[in-house]
Write a protein that binds this ligand. Structure first.
Ligand code: PMP
Length: 308
């Protein structure tokens, strides 16, 4: 890691705040067997400004971290509260007052795999959300990857195991090589699975449709948030179901959803443009609502926020 990883001078490692440049481990550590989590804290009221930060959906994120650890045979030697405290200390030590990405990482220790290293780094990021954000409406040409999404009888696809991301890295490199902005995986049955670091939602005839967990997707918290809110709060019908490649090409709109990618519209797939307008009306509405939710502007979902 460089002295200030993505501008973060400090991180929390194995119980204490240290300088990021001192967060070093031996080259012999089996970090490839590790797991991680990706969490965001947003500025209250206006995600494009500075101010007080709230972590979005801490509880499901920390629960997934535990599940990932359990599936991969690791025990986390800290409580949820201690991990939250570690997160707060990391953000505080760095003095962040803009949106922050938090990435707890856990991996077995070389020689004593029953023990683990726990590190909580955090750094600032540029959101695609917020009013008139040009990052949101940028054109994004995606391709269907020639790499299939890992099957969950080969690697734990539903968890955040680092090993899964070799699959994503191969698909991203292929997309870059061919001049695309990103890639979508099909699963081993040939149905649409997900992006390289985000889930997929397609809009067809006014209905939002997203692949099921059995399509080898990560159990995404953003997807779950949208499944809860899009129909109940916005009145837009939502369905979980398999999407064939052709149905995907013939969608009116499509977007990526995830903690990292937030709500990111897709312009075309394999150079076939989606729908008649970009970004589409439904995608715009969902992104605006998601922005309000993460910024704490929706009273009934304020319980999803944890103050830093
Ligand atoms: N799929 C993959 C492969 C991911 O890395 C992510 C990001 N964590 C997602 C989907 C979206 O999951 P979430 O909404 O929980 O961030």
């Amino acid at each position: 890691m460089s002295a200030a990883f993505h501008g973060a001078k400090f991180c929390w490692m194995n119980g204490e705040i240290i300088e990021t440049e001192k967060a070093l481990v031996s080259a012999m550590e089996p970090i490839h067997l590790g797991i991680f989590e990706g969490i965001k804290a947003y500025v209250e009221n206006d995600v494009n400004s500075r101010g007080v930060l709230n972590i979005f959906r801490w509880k499901p994120h920390v629960d997934r971290l535990w599940r990932s650890a359990a599936v991969c045979g690791m025990k986390i030697p800290y409580t949820d509260e201690e991990l939250l405290e570690a997160t707060r200390k990391t953000i505080g030590a760095n003095g962040f007052d803009t949106n922050v990405y938090i990435q707890p990482r856990i991996w077995p220790r070389a020689g004593t795999p029953e023990k683990v290293h726990v590190i909580v780094p955090a750094w600032t990021f540029e959101t695609v959300l917020g009013k008139d954000n040009p990052r949101f409406s940028k054109n994004r040409r995606l391709m269907i990857s020639s790499w299939r999404r890992i099957a969950s009888d080969a690697l734990p696809a539903q968890t955040k195991a680092w090993a899964n991301y070799a699959n994503s890295a191969l698909a991203m490199r292929e997309a870059e090589r061919l001049g695309y902005d990103g890639a979508i995986f099909l699963d081993n049955r040939g149905f649409v699975s997900e992006g390289t670091g985000a889930c997929i939602m397609a809009v067809r005839n006014g209905k939002v449709i997203t692949p099921p967990v059995t399509a080898s997707i990560l159990e995404s918290i953003t997807r779950e948030t949208l499944l809860k809110t899009v129909s109940d709060d916005l009145g837009i019908p939502v369905e979980v179901g398999d999407i064939s490649r052709v149905e995907f090409y013939a969608s009116d709109e499509a977007f990526l959803c995830g903690t990292g990618w937030e709500i990111t519209p897709i312009t075309s797939i394999d150079d076939l443009p989606l729908g008649k307008e970009y970004p589409g009306t439904v995608t715009n509405r969902i992104a605006e609502y998601y922005t309000d939710v993460v910024a704490g502007k929706v009273e009934k979902h304020k319980e999803w926020l944890t103050s830093v």
